[in-house]
Design a binder for this molecule. Structure first.
Ligand code: AHM
Ligand code: MG
Length: 339
C-alpha cells in the first residue's frame, strides 16, 4: 500500500509529528517539488524540442553551460524566489548569493542547489539530477541576509535531497529522520512513496570513480582504488566498477545496492591537487543523505558534515557510501599521512 502515500501526505505526517512545525517548511518543499516536476517535463522531452546543446555561455566554474542547465536554474530561481519561505539562495550556476527581489515575501530558510547535475550526460539520455540543501537562516529575521546564512556546516541542514531524472523521475529526501524515496507517477503527476526508510548496505560491492584520471592521482588514492580491485579486500574479490559520471545517479545506485562513490583530488589542472565537487551544493546534501541512511561521507580526513565552508563554491574530495568501504578509505589515507 506504500505506493499510495504521496510526498505531500508524507510531509504533512512529518509536520504533525513536530509540534513546532508551522507548515512553512512543507510549503517550501511543495514549491520545490513543483519546480522539479517542471524540470522533469523538460528533461523528458529534451530530444523533441530545441533544448539540447550549449548556450554558448560559460558558468562561474569555467564550464560550458547547456541549455537545460540554464532552463532548470531559471525555473528554480523564479519559482523559489516567489515561495515566500526563503531569505536567500545559492546555485551552482551563479557566482554570488541570490537575493530575493525587493517586494517579494521572504522567510526563514536558505536554499542551495545544483539545478541540473551531471549535465554532460544530457545529450545522450543518461540520468541527471537536481540536488538541494536547506538551512535555517542564522541572522535575525528583519536584518539583511549575511554570507554566514549560506556558509553553514552540512550538519546544520534541515533538509537535503535530490530529484533523479532517470528511467523514472524520483525524489529522495531527508529531514534528519531517515531517507525516503518517491517515484513520480506521470499519470497523476504525483510523487508516490516507493522507497520508505532507505538504508545503505553496510558493506558494498561496487566502487564508482573516474579511473581515467589515475595518472593525475596521488599515491594514497591509487592505493585506495587498488584495495577495491584486489582479492584481499573486505569481500575477498574485486568490487564491480560502475561509473555513470552523474553524481545523483551514481549515488542513488550505491545507496540502494551498497558501494562507494569517490571523487578524489587530482592534479590535472596546473599540476596542483584539487577536488572537483562542490561542498555546499553537492557533497553536503549527499553526506546528510548517506549518514541518515546508515552510511558515511568523508573528504579522506574528517566528516564532510563537519566542514566549515569558507566560500560558496568551495570544492572538496568526496568519498561517500557504505560505512565499511568509506571507513577503509579513511584508514588508507590516515596511514599514508602518518607515513
Ligand atoms: P556538474 O555539476 O558540472 O554536472 O559536474 C558534476 C559531475 C557529477 O555529476 C559527476 O560525479 C562528476 O561531475 C563527473 O565528473 P568527471 O566527468 O570528471 O568524472
Ligand atoms: Mg554539479
Amino acid at each position: 500500500m506504500s505506493q499510495q502515500i504521496t510526498v505531500t501526505e508524507h510531509l504533512l505526517l512529518h509536520q504533525r509529528k513536530n509540534p513546532m512545525a508551522t507548515g512553512r517548511f512543507t510549503r517550501l518543499l511543495s514549491e520545490l517539488i513543483l519546480s522539479a516536476k517542471i524540470v522533469s517535463r523538460e528533461v523528458n522531452k529534451a530530444g523533441l524540442v530545441d533544448v539540447l546543446g550549449f548556450t554558448g555561455d560559460v558558468n562561474v566554474h569555467g564550464e560550458e553551460v547547456k541549455k537545460l542547465d540554464e532552463y532548470a536554474n531559471r525555473i528554480l530561481i523564479h519559482r523559489m524566489s516567489r515561495s515566500g519561505m526563503l531569505c536567500a539562495m545559492a546555485s551552482e550556476e551563479n557566482a554570488d548569493m541570490i537575493e530575493i527581489p525587493l517586494g517579494l515575501p521572504t522567510g526563514e530558510y536558505v536554499l542551495i542547489f545544483d539545478p541540473l547535475d551531471g549535465s554532460s550526460n544530457i545529450d545522450v539520455n543518461v540520468a541527471i539530477g537536481t540536488i538541494f540543501s536547506i538551512y535555517r537562516r542564522k541572522s535575525p529575521p528583519e536584518s539583511p541576509v549575511t554570507p554566514e546564512d549560506l556558509l553553514q556546516k552540512g550538519s546544520e541542514q534541515v533538509c537535503a535531497g535530490y530529484f533523479l531524472y532517470g528511467s523514472s523521475t524520483m525524489m529522495v529526501y531527508t529531514t534528519g529522520e531517515g531517507v525516503h524515496g518517491f517515484t513520480l507517477d506521470p499519470g497523476v503527476g504525483e510523487f508516490l512513496l516507493s522507497h520508505p526508510d532507505i538504508k545503505i548496505p553496510e558493506q558494498g560491492k561496487i566502487y564508482s570513480v573516474n579511473e581515467g584520471y589515475e595518472a593525475y592521482w596521488d599515491e594514497p588514492t591509487r592505493e585506495v582504488v587498488r584495495y577495491f580491485k584486489s582479492t584481499t579486500n573486505a569481500i575477498k574479490r574485486p568490487f564491480s566498477l560502475r561509473y555513470i559520471g552523474s553524481l545523483v545517479a551514481d549515488f542513488h545506485r550505491n545507496m540502494i545496492y551498497g558501494g562507494i562513490f569517490m571523487y578524489p583530488v587530482d592534479n590535472r589542472t596546473s599540476g596542483k591537487y584539487r577536488p572537483k565537487l562542490r561542498l555546499l551544493c553537492e557533497a553536503s546534501p549527499m553526506a546528510l543523505l548517506a549518514e541518515q541512511a546508515g552510511g558515511m561521507a568523508t573528504d579522506g580526513v574528517g566528516r564532510i558534515l563537519d566542514i566549515e565552508p569558507e566560500h560558496l563554491h568551495q570544492r572538496v574530495p568526496l568519498f561517500v557510501g557504505s560505512i565499511r568501504d568509506v571507513e577503509m578509505v579513511k584508514t588508507i589515507y590516515e596511514r599514508a599521512r602518518k607515513g
